[in-house]
Design a protein around this ligand. Sequence first.
Ligand SMILES: Cc1cc2nc3c(=O)[nH]c(=O)nc-3n(C[C@H](O)[C@H](O)[C@H](O)COP(=O)(O)O)c2cc1C
Length: 251
Amino acid sequence: MALGRDEFRYVLRDSVRREVAFAQTDQNRGLPAPPVQKPCGPGARLLSLPEARSLASLARLSLWNAVSQRESRRAYGRSALTLEELAWLLWATQGVKATAGISTLRTVPSAGARHPLETYVFVFRVRGMEPGLYRYLPLDHALCFEYAEPGLDRCLGEACLGQDFVGRGAATFAWTAIPYRTEWRYGLAAARVILLDAGHVCQNLYLACEAIRCGTCAIGAYDQDAVDRLLRVDGRDEFAVYLAPVGRKAE
Ligand SMILES: Cc1cc2nc3c(=O)[nH]c(=O)nc-3n(C[C@H](O)[C@H](O)[C@H](O)COP(=O)(O)O)c2cc1C
């Protein structure tokens, strides 16, 4: 694809809005809204998570300290996370606080409340959980087991262009976009706001990690096809946009 600098920059600017025929977006043409949450396959194994309210005592660090201590951490202690800690991180990044018609209101903002991101978690060391890939179901505050395979940690590091630390934490978050959720309302102007949405989610992960003495690092450099293969997504209607390993702060 021979795109020049101007074409690449084009998507960053909201002038794209001028070219979208909003009267023709699928929402305005009366098409049904896509599902808020990707359904699980038949016979999926679900793991319910500790209720959000019960997690409040985990995160006692002041907002001042969380914001000022935040940094990208690439070395992690070996100890496992608890299920409560993982539940806290999931809720802080995508937790649903209310539903309003076709929309959900969550712990993070999203353009038009479309929430186009799905959260996958590669679990390596979380107490009581079989290692493997899981997907968060925000409406149910539960995890859906996707698959397990030996060597996922190594494969993930390779898929992230040799950034081995991505597979060395206790768990690694991977966010995919389902662009149609946002395109349904904004047409092609969706692309830029989907990535803006992802930034909010990852920043909440940074702060939520600090609050429980864990660390994370945003990962935007990876082999697209390799990560999509590990997530078992099709790479067209759903594909990876961001990752973030999580682990205890190294002593
Ligand atoms: C969009 C984005 C992509 C990033 N991708 C990577 C990455 O692939 N690998 C990495 O080690 N750090 C990555 N980082 C982390 C940055 O290198 C880091 O935020 C920067 O060096 C500033 O350090 P600080 O976060 O500790 O303040 C990324 C950060 C952002 C926001």
